[in-house]
Design a protein around this ligand. Structure first.
Ligand SMILES: [Zn+2]
Length: 359
């Protein structure tokens, strides 16, 4: 084999393995398998104490676990290390700024994010920083928003928000917080920080700036981007449930269904689901299919059906079983937690949804 060819092969294989390792760390991070990230990265750091990527991943995982001080130390090390390039430094400053936000030191958080954004890093790194700035309200579009603090929230109102009475708006959300928090942890546990609750003026404007549909929530940072017409409970439920239950496996059918169930609108989700199914002539609902193929079902059907399903689960099996189930939100775990009843529960629910004769 020609030498340069061998070298090229070795290089491409090592690039491939670095790439696949990064990809697998991404997946582990998404799946919340933080212990696996720690063991991979600690192994790498034991053989190379200057492994900057490993330090960044340690920082990200620690922050995801809510250990912001430990996370900060990793990011700070990266920011000072001679082995770091400008992209690493940009990521480290973004990480440090995020830790400050997590600790509600908004001023420092903002200044670190802005420092990261001003670095001459690659477009990809700066783009990640910019997305974090948008999420955490540190981008210049937020400069004229009005901040109002309450017991569990920092509210931020866009100058052209259309909330008629801010006092009522705030007290309604405080009440929603209490109600949802009582369900998930009997009010024993507080969130790691206040909820940063943004109220945008219009959907068009938020879409233009965030490049995302709102309501949009990041439960780790306890942030919600919303508009006036959103329900009182949906976003708050996402944040409280994520932070008070140790979720091992998440599924949108369950997380969204739970947020719909606790939206505190008193809307009849069964009626809405049936009307929408009829309107577009959607085929009969199979719970397992919707659970496993969430994105293939139109939202006007998936959301109310999932909300109704959560209400049904709580009514049939009680709160304690539901909360035990909530940690591992798979269909298979439903079978395990609800035992022999599970199959008949699913049948009963499908009959209710698919029965064409009234509610
Ligand atoms: Zn949602």
């Amino acid at each position: 084999m020609h030498k340069s060819f061998t070298l090229a092969l070795i290089l491409s294989l090592s690039t491939f393995s670095a790439f696949s390792q990064r990809e697998s760390l991404d997946v582990l991070y998404y799946q919340n398998q933080l212990d696996k990230i720690y063991s991979i990265c600690e192994g790498k750091l034991a053989s190379n104490p200057d492994d900057i990527d490993a330090k960044l991943w340690m920082g990200k995982a620690k922050l995801k676990e809510g250990k912001s001080q430990e996370a900060f130390d990793y990011f700070e090390e990266v920011s000072k290390s001679k082995a770091s390039n400008i992209d690493h430094k940009c990521e480290a400053y973004t990480g440090m700024g995020s830790c400050y936000f997590f600790e509600e030191n908004y001023k420092k958080g903002k200044s670190y994010l802005q420092k990261a954004f001003k670095m001459e890093a690659s477009d990809a790194s700066r783009h990640d920083t910019y997305k974090r700035m948008l999420l955490l309200g540190s981008e210049q579009s937020f400069k004229d928003w009005q901040k109002i603090e309450s017991k569990h929230f920092n509210f931020y109102f866009h100058p052209e928000h259309e909330v008629v009475n801010k006092e009522i708006f705030i007290s309604e959300r405080e009440r929603a917080y209490e109600r949802v928090n009582i369900f998930f942890n009997d009010n024993k546990y507080n969130l790691p920080k206040k909820i940063d609750f943004y109220i945008w003026s219009t959907l068009e404007y938020s879409n233009q700036v965030l490049k995302k549909d709102i309501g949009y929530v990041d439960p780790l940072f306890c942030v919600a981007h919303t508009h006036r017409e959103q329900t009182k409970g949906h976003e708050i439920t996402h944040i409280i449930s994520y932070n008070t239950i140790d979720i091992e496996i998440e599924s949108p059918f369950i997380t969204e269904g739970t947020a719909v169930h606790f939206d505190l609108t008193r809307k009849n989700k069964l009626k809405i689901a049936k009307e929408n199914i009829e309107e577009i002539n959607y085929p009969d609902i199979k719970v397992i299919d919707m659970w496993k193929n969430w994105n293939s079902v139109p939202r006007k059907i998936s959301y109310p059906v999932a909300g109704e399903f959560i209400q049904f689960m709580i009514r049939e099996g009680g709160k304690d079983k539901f909360l035990a189930f909530f940690k591992n939100q798979t269909f298979e775990n439903g079978q395990k937690i609800y035992g022999l009843e599970w199959e008949s529960m699913i049948n009963k629910f499908e009959n209710r949804i698919n029965n064409k004769d009234g509610i």
